[in-house]
Design a protein around this ligand. Structure first.
Ligand code: GDP
Ligand code: IMO
Ligand code: MG
Length: 422
């Protein structure tokens, strides 16, 4: 019996998809527990690149069971497009993908509401992915949502009632829209969804565990986008932290073993909201260009900055991270010196914790380390690490009081180096 959780420690896009794919051979089951098609998880292997939004990143490694848990919100039209594209590229998934009947459905009107609320916020907008995430989770918590299991009985009636309620809200916002086309593809998506294994995934996961199987839970977004602990209100609408794996799959907390925390060697953010170490200069642009920091889903430019160890310590605490996975250090290969934020200065006073409000007046205090000036993308084992790189990871491990067990040196599955191997 074993459940390990893998999640992002920053503002998303840390490289979760790549590492889930790498780790999948060690597990029997891979399960998504929160978020929806706001996620864009990129995997590269054998010269091919795939971006997954709702389907777990374990789908490419043999006959593993992949589960979309109850904590996920699912858009049937986007799901259909994603699943059909995978099938067409030679990756059959119908038998291997199980979807919780308790996962909530994103309706076409949820997407319109997302856009309408953002427009109403004007300059204060969150910069959402526009996928209807917030309105769908709002309906879930307000006890008015529709779930995947609802498509099995009297669905037309339930859908008409939910749509009418959304239309009332949109009318009160004077928001112009036309959902004719969107609704047509969405209803096709509902029919497509009916052809999948729709399951009580909480029973399935626990039965598998009882039978001695192991489960890898795949987080979406990142800890700093968590609805409780992130940079609220510039967050997503789900619990992205480790606790979300328990509620989003129906797992007791005592079942959790390893918690893999994924971090980039620098930091990025998409959408609005505070970002203490953001760089507006040439260095920021260099990070964006070298790291190809453009959204996997929206194509939006990702904001870039130095790694923030204050925020990472907070994230490690919230998740109970047992091991770190360091991503994209190769992007820093050409830098003479590398900075890491070790504390914040607020009103002239130095603090080492993540405060209630990071919106304004938070100034990063940096440590500077020598760069390694080596092409890391070809390196295949820890023995080949340059001295400066070893010093850099030792510094991170000391600052974060957690071992870095995997170092990723490129987007491909093969560009992955394990440390502390027995
Ligand atoms: P996710 O949402 O956490 O799965 O991450 P994304 O897929 O949105 O963004 C990560 C991006 O970095 C993708 O384009 C990956 O192919 C790429 N990537 C992952 N690991 C590495 C790495 O170690 N080095 C480089 N250069 N790129 C990486
Ligand atoms: P992955 O899983 C990066 C951000 C959006 C916005 C905020 C709220 O690929 O790491 P939402 O549509 O969720 O209501 O938007 O959250 N956001 C992400 N940023 N990676 C993601 O997912 C994200 N999912 C949402 O940009 O700022
Ligand atoms: Mg992403």
């Amino acid at each position: 019996m074993k459940v390990d959780v893998l999640l992002g420690l920053q503002w998303g896009d840390e490289g979760k998809g790549k590492v889930v794919d790498v780790l999948t051979p060690r597990y029997d089951v891979v399960a998504r527990f929160q978020g929806g098609p706001n996620a864009g998880h990129t995997l590269e292997f054998e010269g091919q690149k795939y971006v997954l939004r709702s389907i777990p990143s374990g789908i490419f490694q043999g006959d593993k069971v992949n589960i979309i848990g109850n904590g996920v919100v699912l858009d049937p039209s986007l799901f259909k497009a994603e699943a059909e594209a995978l099938e067409a590229s030679g990756h059959p998934l119908k038998e291997r993908l199980h979807i919780s009947k308790k996962a909530h459905l994103i309706l076409p009107t949820h997407r319109i509401l997302d856009a309408a609320y953002e427009a109403a916020k004007g300059d204060a907008k969150v910069g959402t992915t526009g996928k209807g995430i917030g309105p769908t989770y709002t309906d879930k918590v307000s006890r008015t949502g529709l779930r995947v299991g609802d498509i099995l009985h009297n669905f037309e009636q339930k859908y008409a009632a939910a749509k009418a309620r959304h239309e009332q809200i949109l009318k009160s916002l004077n928001y112009e829209y036309d959902i004719t086309e969107m609704e047509k593809t969405w209803l096709e998506g509902i029919d497509y969804l009916r052809t999948f294994h729709l399951v009580d995934s909480e029973h399935e996961v626990n039965n598998l565990l009882r039978a001695g199987k192991s489960v890898l839970c795949e987080g979406a977004q990142g800890t700093l986008l968590d609805v409780d602990f992130g940079s609220y209100p510039f967050v997503t609408s789900s619990n992205t932290i480790c606790a979300g794996a328990c509620s989003g799959l129906g797992l007791g907390p005592n079942k959790i073993g390893e918690v893999y925390g994924i971090m980039k060697a620098y930091c990025t953010r998409v959408g609005a909201g505070p970002f203490p170490t953001e760089l507006f200069d040439e260095t920021g642009k260099t990070l964006r260009n070298l790291g190809h920091e453009y959204g996997a889903v929206t194509g939006r430019e990702r904001r870039c900055g130095w790694v923030d160890l204050v925020a990472l310590r907070y994230a490690i605490m919230l998740n109970g991270v047992t091991q770190l996975i360091l991503m994209k250090s190769d992007v820093l290969d050409g830098f003479d010196t590398i900075k890491a934020c070790v504390a914040y200065k607020v009103n002239g006073e130095e603090i080492d914790y993540f405060p209630f409000d990071i919106t304004e007046g938070v100034e990063p205090v940096y440590a500077e380390l020598p760069g390694w000036k080596t092409d890391m993308t070809k390196i295949t084992s820890e023995d080949e690490f340059p001295e400066e790189f070893n010093a850099y990871i030792t510094f991170l491990e000391e600052q974060l009081e957690t071992p870095i067990k995997i170092v990723s040196v490129g987007p491909d599955r093969a560009q992955t180096i394990e440390r502390y191997v027995d």
